[in-house]
Design a protein around this ligand. Structure first.
Ligand SMILES: [Zn+2]
Ligand SMILES: [Zn+2]
Length: 350
């Protein structure tokens, strides 16, 4: 098969690779039809996360069709259309049972191999899925491939960001979403859908702010002087009830902390790679801050969002702006990374 492999700093290649094979009886092999390029792939690409083996197939967002199953796989058979959350999960451990599937005791992240251990990713023609019964989700006929792809990571993650902030119709809050990349825009859409009274969307990129506005937010360009005025005015000078940080950088988190009112909540779903918080215990104490952070349990959320009809109802696929052939994967990374041609979310057609 062919796939996109990590080959060192800022280098990915379209490579000829051996076809994946069933190794464990719970494995399935999926023929990928669509694979996402994600902001967290760029952490590896730019060396902010180190240790990934060269030759690892990149990517953790994919949708496709089962072509082969191990002899213990019960829920799936060849021909089934499926998508996967970005981590595998066993369905039986403590964390899987409480819905924190992203912390499954035997779960692995696609597209991360270190010293020969770990999983190849989905930016390829085929991918091996361990623990297929408790990892994969059927792509039912009411879902498009794009919706499945986004449920596997960024929509679930954006929703998780808003849900962790406790946004609901019962307590209409004013919130700010810091960063309007693909995950931030999904957080905007989720906050609006969950019933936030007002959603401010903060970014510097005009096209992203326009999209946030189309999704129901009040756009705020943080590149402009005194950009915080609208937020202060809307909250009688107090600050927002909830700040949803969807970037994963110290600067974005610092801004979220500055924007939230005393007693408010900050949630972070961007992949943080820094060793230290950009705020101090004394600041947190003086703000009576609640801070929630972490990797989205995407399997739990994907199932919930389908069951409740949220994924089908919202126009989530409109964040996808660019499609590339798998063979042009390296170019997709470049365009996505540089935000060239107003690229917001790129997918590879495999
Ligand atoms: Zn992702
Ligand atoms: Zn588990």
């Amino acid at each position: 098969m062919k796939g996109i492999t990590f080959e060192g700093l800022k280098t990915v290649h379209f490579t000829q690779l051996p076809d994946p094979e069933i190794i464990q009886p719970g494995d399935a092999i999926v023929r990928v039809s669509l694979a996402g390029v994600c902001g967290s792939d760029l952490h590896v690409f730019h060396g902010r996360e180190t240790g990934c083996d060269c030759g690892t197939v990149m990517g953790h967002e994919f949708v496709g069709e089962i072509v082969e199953t191990g002899k213990e796989v019960r829920r799936f058979r060849a021909g089934d259309r499926v998508f996967s959350p970005f981590t595998t999960s066993c369905g039986a451990c403590y964390y899987c049972r409480i819905g924190l599937t992203a912390r499954c005791e035997s779960g692995k992240l696609y597209g991360w191999r270190e010293k020969g251990q770990g999983l190849h990713g989905g930016q390829a023609e085929y991918v091996r899925v361990p623990m297929a019964d408790t990892t994969l989700i059927h792509l039912t006929s009411d879902l498009s491939p794009e919706q499945g792809l986004l449920l596997g990571d960024i929509f679930s993650t954006g929703y998780f960001c808003a849900d962790m902030a406790g946004i609901s119709r019962e307590t209409p809050v004013t919130c700010a979403v810091v960063g309007c990349g693909p995950v931030g825009l999904m957080a905007v859409m989720s906050a609006v859908d969950l019933g936030a009274a007002r959603v401010f969307a903060l970014d510097t990129v005009t096209e992203r702010l326009a999209k946030a506005k189309a999704f129901g937010a009040i756009p705020v360009n943080v590149g402009e002087p005194d950009f915080g005025r609208a937020l202060r005015e809307a909250t009688l000078g107090r600050g927002v009830d909830a700040a949803l940080e969807a970037v994963g950088s110290p600067g974005a988190l610092r801004l979220a902390i500055d924007l939230v009112r005393p007693g408010g909540i900050v949630t972070s779903v961007g992949v943080h790679t820094s060793e230290h918080f950009p705020f101090s215990p004394v600041e947190a104490y003086n703000k009576n801050l609640t801070y929630r952070i972490g990797r989205c349990p995407a399997r739990y959320y994907a199932e919930k969002l389908i069951r409740e009809g949220v994924a089908q109802r919202l126009d989530i696929a409109s964040v996808i702006t660019h499609r590339f052939a798998l063979a042009d994967g390296a170019e997709a990374y470049r365009v996505f990374d540089e935000k060239a041609d107003d690229c917001l979310k790129a997918v590879l057609v495999c």
